[in-house]
Every structure is written in C-alpha cells, then in structure tokens.
Design a protein around this ligand. Structure first.
Ligand SMILES: [Zn+2]
Length: 660
C-alpha cells in the first residue's frame, strides 16, 4: 500500500452542509507577500512587530459554506463570483506550481528535515504521536486530502488566508486571496523577461508558498501567534506586563510554566513560550532556526526550493527546459533545512504536473464518460464529445513524467475515483498501472494505452489482475489483456494553461459566450466593459485556450475556447451552417478551430498576435458590428478584416488598471 493510500478515511461524499457549530472556524492568514530578507527573520519580523495584529485569534463565522464541490489540491479549482479573470489565471498557475512542488522529493526532504530541526506541534493534529510520526502524517495530509478548493478573491485580511475545516474531511476548502493582487511579471509561462523588476522566478516563489501554507490550514495545521518575546523600546510593547508572561525566561521568570498553565488556552499571551517548553523543553526555543509551525515550514521550503532551483537549474518552465508543457525543472534533492543554501551546481530534474486533465477515447472514438460527473459506471458509448463528464484528473503517483508502467489514479469531475471494478463511484483512491500499447516510453497526448489494476480479494487475499476494456455500454474488466482494440484507449491531453481575450480587430470589441441567457456567442464587449465590468461580464469574455496538440501554440494548430464562468465548462462552438456561434458543454468537431496567424513573423502565436479561426465547416469566425447585432458568426470562407482577432493573454494585461 502506498503512503498516499495508507490511513485514508472513508467519508460520505454527499456530505450535508456544515452544521452551524462547525461554522465557527479559526481564520488563518499568512503575511505573504513580503520581501524575503532571510528565511527565519521575515516571519519573526512580521509577527513580532510592535502592536502586530493577531487576526487569527478571533473565531470568524463563515456563512454560506457548502460541501457541494469536492475536489482537492490535485483536483478541480473553483473560483467564486469575486474572482476576476486575472485572479483565476493567477490562481490556476499558482496551483500548478504548488502541485508540482508538493510532489517533489526535494520539497518533501526539505519539509522533513526542517520539521525534525524545529517543528513544534502547538495545536496541530496528531499531538500525541512521536515527532517522526507527526512528520509523516503531516506530509501524508498534503498528499491524500480529498478536499475541494474554492477560491474567493475579496479577502481584506492580508494577502491570503484559509479556514480550518477538519483534518482529512471531504468538505470544501476555501482559500481567500486579496482582490487587489497585481502581479506585474510579464511572461508567466516562461518565467519571463524580468518585467516586474524582480527576479525571474517571481511571483511563483511567493504564490506557491501561499497555496501550500493556506492548504495546510484547511487541514487544521496552525501557527500560534501570541507570545511574550521581544521588546519594542516602548511601554506599549512590553508584553511582560501581561501577567500570563511572568513565568517566561524573557520576563525574568524561571522558564517553567506554573501548574496553572496546562494548555495553550491557559497560557494566555505566553502561548509560543508554552508550546516551545512543551515541545522542546525550552521556553526560549520558539524561533530558534525559524518559525516552527508546519504552515510556515511548508511555505519556506516551497519558496526557497523555487529560488534555489532557479539558481541551479535556470528557467523552470516547460518551454525553457523540460519536454512537457506542464512541468517544472527543480532541484532533484535537498540538503539540510529550509534555510540551508543549496549548491548552484546541484542536479536538477524535470517534474510534471501530477494532475493531468485527460480524456480517454475508445477505439470507436467515444470518450469514456462519468455520467453526472461521477457516482456510477463509466460509460463507453455515451458521447464522442469531451466536456465535464469526460474530463478526468489523472494523478501520476510515481512522480516524474508520465511513463509506461506508472501507477495512476483517475478522478471524475465531481471527485469520484475510478475503482478496481471500473466504476467511478468511490471516495477512496485506487491505483491502476498504465502502459503504452506499443511498449515502453512516455505517455502523452495521443498515446494509445491499456491499463489494469490488481484486485486483492479481501477474503481469500488472492490477487487478480483486472484489465480494463470498453464493453458495449460500460467500462468492464477481464483477468487477461486481450489483443482486441477494446483494450486500447487513446489519451487526449490538450494544453490548457492560458486564459485569453479575443478582440475583434475590425470593431474593437471582445468575444464573449453568453452562458446564462441565449447560449450564443457575441463580439460586443467593449474594452471598458472588459476592464471594469462585473465578474460575469468579464468572465464570459475570458476564455481558456485549449491547444489540442499539447505543445506551444502555433499557426495551424487546432484549438478550442473554454469559459471559466461559474464552475462549468462551456465551449465556443458553431452550427452546421453559417449562423451565430454558440456556447456548448463539450468539445466536438464544431468546437474546434484551426488557428491561423495573420500578423506575420514566425509561426508561434504570442500575446497580441492577430489570428483567424476556421471552423469545421470551413468558414472563419466573423465579428458582426454592434450596430448590426454584435454577433459572432460562422460566415466567411475568406479572411477579411471582420475575421481578424487579437489574442490577448489575461495574465499580461488584466490588471486593476488595464492598459488597453
Ligand atoms: Zn497562516
């Protein structure tokens, strides 16, 4: 049994909304971003500042939380109505970094070593276990948690925060980010041209750290922010005047808590000192070596891994270094603790995003379907289109890049895992071995694969291989791999990492998909509406670019456009004729467009390039002027002015003060 499966608890999936008592949560916030001076001092300085607020001490009631959206660090990410497209693009990329870093051996070694050196369990799970057990459980928690992640973007309590919501519970995780977040780095996919005036790896050092830090809070890991230490040179900061500090060494006491101090609750202001005494036998030990709280150890290791990897490995992202577009080049190992400087000649490794969004097609072209998003059998004859029920999250358990023979798990849109009987109705992960049909080698977009699991009979303990095959209507299994095509599936894994606006060049308007009303597409949004309109106005115009061949976007590629609005997948599509373009719930032939670069230069398509989009009918998407209705139609076999669109990356220009 793998470490990730060990100890995973079964929970009711359709959990009721949290009871009112459970709504009383402790809000946790982190002080990111701040300039990194040195790892131990940056947190000390912030938290120990004169009169530093401790917002995390007061329970905050969250209203409107529901348990309706199960997904996780390796699952679906949801944005609520407060998130602008820029927030979504930023969060999506931050989560990619967080997933890869969280999987890396260097990161896990850093966390393990740092916890050994300084971790203190002040108010964390597993307080009664040994330190080594606490460390392994904490690392487990970051791997196996089956929570949902929902982001809200109007947090006013610092840069990011999250709520404790129960150790390993399947409820929705909510992470708050600040609406004003404004990252000025110019070129997100490639670590950029230093446009923000900082280092090439910024802001991903900070954002990765934030995501992992906050995620751990949702798993009930804490930091303790009340203390007696430190003086500020004036009487208002003399915490020794607080009677609960009298026993501490800092305030002239013995350093041994009196018998009345039995818990954090009775330690009053001296909580850090009490925790240090309880964990390390020394009330002055709390910040020796850096912040001892798990969330800060995570954020420090994540931050420093990215910085140190950049020094040793250069650019971290795919187009600069690695083969897969969703991979990072990171140190392959870590020496010492989070604050240990790593060798600039240390070896590096390319690590893929462990979460791969894939569809699997049968030999007849149908896409495996988790009807209703999961909870039943996997259908084999339902659709040749790909939408929410056909996208699966494939989790590569073995790390590295996806290769023939790897162990993977498959998760449906609503968070159900593919089981050993090939239903997609379970709440616990089950592993499957995946192989290339033609033998060894990498598994990527377009690869033919077969897969199986080894079922262990719980009574006889006999092992039985179960090879998946496409039955007449559902996915089924056999004890041997057949030679027929029903045992083979084609992996589809388009590139999907850029959120764009499509500007109709001839009329100065932007394409949008009406996802709530007519289900039609228009070219009628003004730049002003895109810049300052409501989240719905902006969200319907922000489209994830789905590049079907998986590489860089090049002239001649087949692409689709996906809306991110309201947690549903919606795609730009056309009718069989030359009428108005539509919103569709899946990608079929009429939701694919061949992109042609018309702005000249090389074939690679970049931000602000001009393109034309040819549909399956052979017609080009055409912007009708607002005075004539503002529709987006499928009308012309030629590329004239109304068929030209400017492709604009949200990450480049969707700032609080747009420049266009
Ligand atoms: Zn925190």
């Amino acid at each position: 049994m793998s470490r990730r499966e060990a100890g995973f608890a079964l929970h009711s999936w359709l959990a009721p909304p949290l009871q009112s008592g459970a709504l009383m949560q402790t809000k946790q916030s982190s002080p990111w971003p701040v300039p990194r001076i040195s790892p131990p001092l940056v947190f000390l300085g912030l938290l120990g500042g004169c009169g530093a607020a401790s917002p995390e001490q007061s329970p905050v009631e969250v209203e409107g939380r529901t348990a309706s959206t199960p997904s996780e660090l390796t699952g679906r990410t949801r944005y609520d109505a407060s998130c602008r497209p820029f927030n979504a693009a930023l969060i999506d990329r931050s989560m990619f970094y967080a997933r890869v870093v969280n999987e890396s051996w260097a990161f896990q070694t850093c966390v393990r070593n740092t916890m050994n050196a300084r971790y203190m369990n002040c108010n964390d799970p597993n307080a009664s276990l040994s330190r080594s057990q606490q460390i392994e459980r904490a690392l487990d928690t970051m791997q196996i948690a089956n929570n949902g992640i929902a982001f809200t973007c109007d947090d006013t309590n610092g840069d990011a925060s999250a709520f404790n919501q129960g150790y390993r519970t399947p409820y929705q995780v909510t992470i708050f980010t600040q609406n004003a977040q404004n990252e000025t780095n110019g070129d997100w996919p490639t670590y950029g041209a230093d446009a923000g005036g900082g280092d090439d790896y910024e802001p991903w050092n900070w954002r990765t750290a934030t995501m992992l830090h906050e995620f751990s809070h949702t798993m009930d890991y804490n930091h303790i922010d009340l203390y007696c230490r430190g003086t500020c040179g004036d009487s208002t900061c003399n915490f020794c005047s607080d009677p609960t500090c009298a026993w501490t060494t800092r305030c002239g006491g013995s350093g041994t808590p009196p018998s009345s101090v039995t818990s954090l609750a009775t330690a009053g202001r001296a909580q850090q000192e009490y925790c240090a005494f309880r964990n390390r036998g020394d009330d002055t030990a709390y910040y020796q070596g850096g912040d001892p709280a798990f969330p800060y150890i995570l954020s420090e290791c994540a931050h420093n891994l990215i910085v140190e990897s950049h020094e040793a490995c250069g650019k971290a992202t795919a187009d600069g270094a690695c083969g897969d577009w969703a991979s990072l080049r990171l140190l392959s190992s870590w020496t010492g603790t989070a604050s240990t400087e790593q060798s600039d000649t240390a070896s590096c490794v390319c690590l893929d995003d462990p979460r791969k969004m894939v569809a699997l097609r049968t030999s007849s072209g149908r896409a495996l379907t988790a009807q209703l998003g999961g909870g039943g059998p996997v259908l084999t004859n339902y659709s040749d289109r790909v939408g929410a029920w056909q996208w699966f999250y494939m989790i590569d358990q073995s790390g590295g890049s996806l290769t023939s023979g790897d162990s993977v798990q498959l998760k449906s849109h609503w968070g159900h895992w593919l089981q050993t009987d090939y239903s997609v109705a379970g709440l616990t992960r089950k592993s499957h071995a995946i192989y290339r049909s033609d033998g060894l080698g990498p598994i990527g977009n377009g690869t033919s694969v077969y897969f199986y699991n080894t079922y262990v009979n719980p009574v006889t303990l006999a092992s039985e291989p179960r090879y998946a095959y496409a039955g007449a209507s559902t996915l089924a299994y056999s004890s041997a791999l057949g030679s027929g095509s029903e045992y083979r599936f084609t992996v589809e894994r388009p590139r999907r990492d850029t959120l764009v606006y499509l500007g109709a060049t001839s009329i100065g308007r932007y394409v949008r998909i009406d996802s709530l009303g007519s289900w039609l597409a228009y070219a009628d949004r003004t730049a002003s509406e895109i810049a300052t309109g409501s989240q719905r106005v902006r969200g319907e115009a922000a489209l994830w670019l789905v590049d079907h061949n998986g590489g860089e976007l090049m002239s001649g590629d087949s692409v689709s456009f996906e809306t991110f609005y309201d947690d549903s997948y919606m795609y730009l599509g056309v009718e069989p004729g030359t009428g108005q373009a539509r919103a569709e719930t899946g990608i079929g032939p009429r939701e694919r467009f061949v992109v042609t670069k018309v702005s000249g230069g090389d074939a690679r398509i970049r931000h602000d390039d001009t393109i034309a989009l040819r549909s399956a009918t052979g017609h080009y998407l055409t912007a009708v002027s607002p005075g004539s209705g503002g529709q987006l139609t499928n009308a012309s076999t030629l590329i004239g002015l109304p068929q030209r669109f400017t492709l604009r990356h949200v990450s480049q220009h969707d700032q609080p003060r747009p420049t266009w």
